[in-house]
Design a protein around this ligand. Structure first.
Ligand code: G3P
Ligand code: MG
Length: 256
């Protein structure tokens, strides 16, 4: 089986192709595949009754027609919400996906996954435990594990303990010395940081320990190219098609 570094693609569709379809929905995953992306990132948290769902914010307000904390609703209540209408009329009726549905669709569309554990307050352990359990139950044994990431250290510790076979990366805004010092302890395969803190020096430092650097969120194609030329292994973008086309045009210019 190929290593994670070999498998990674330079372009990762952020929350699906979230400039083309409502973020963290099945439509956004389909849009990513239609845009030619081979990797998608999405955010996972828990319903009140402990089911893994795709959602970025703790609150339902921005991306659904619901109100208040997602963690205050059971899955069957969340499934009655509309998670697409806010983005555009034609997406009305999109549901808040379950992780199980998203995994099945990614297998069908042959998409590699960066699964971000995005726990609601106080649920860092429980969310990681549920994610690992669902991956163990539903992820096909003949496919490489999704890359897991989180800002929540407690979630990464749980992944490390329960599923050391699953590659996981530390998500961070600014890669401080303290954050870099945690990579070994958490057995991280990757570092994911805000693109504004990427530097050639950081790439060099990470390369010494064989860790790719992934940067979010880059919606400007020339900036994406500069980062990739610097040695950043992948960029998260809401516009995967635009970035991939810019990359292809650069490669064509360079005669590759
Ligand atoms: O995983 C990269 C990126 O998604 C992290 O930030 O807030 O978009 O989940 P956010
Ligand atoms: Mg995310």
């Amino acid at each position: 089986m190929r290593t994670l570094d070999d498998r990674l693609a330079p372009v990762i569709a952020h929350r699906g192709a979230s400039a083309d379809a409502p973020e963290n929905t099945l439509a956004a995953l389909r849009a990513a595949a239609a845009a030619g992306a081979t990797w998608v990132e999405f955010d996972v948290k828990l319903s009140r009754d402990g089911h893994c769902i795709l959602l970025h914010d703790d609150l339902l307000n921005r991306t659904t027609d619901g109100r208040g904390e997602a963690a205050h609703y059971d899955l069957d209540e969340l499934r009655r919400l509309d998670a697409g209408g806010w983005f555009g009329h034609r997406f009305r009726g999109e549901l808040v996906p379950t992780l199980q549905e998203a995994l099945a669709l990614c297998v069908e569309l042959d998409l590699d996954i960066n699964l971000e554990i995005k726990p609601c307050r106080g649920r860092q352990h429980e969310t990681a435990i549920s994610v690992v359990k669902e991956l163990h139950q539903h992820w096909p044994g003949d496919r490489p594990w999704p890359l897991i990431s989180s800002f929540a250290i407690a979630s990464l510790e749980e992944v490390r303990k329960l599923a050391p076979e699953m590659p996981h990366g530390l998500l961070i805004g600014r890669p401080t010395r303290r954050a870099l010092g945690m990579l070994d302890r958490l057995a991280c395969s990757t570092l994911h940081c805000d693109a504004k803190w990427a530097s050639a020096e950081l790439v060099r430092h990470l390369t010494e320990s064989g860790r790719p650097l992934l940067c979010y969120t880059v919606n400007d194609a020339s900036r994406a190219l500069r980062l990739l030329e610097m040695g950043v292994r992948a960029v998260f973008t809401d516009r995967p098609q635009m970035v991939a086309e810019a990359l292809a045009a650069r490669d064509a210019r360079q005669g590759q």
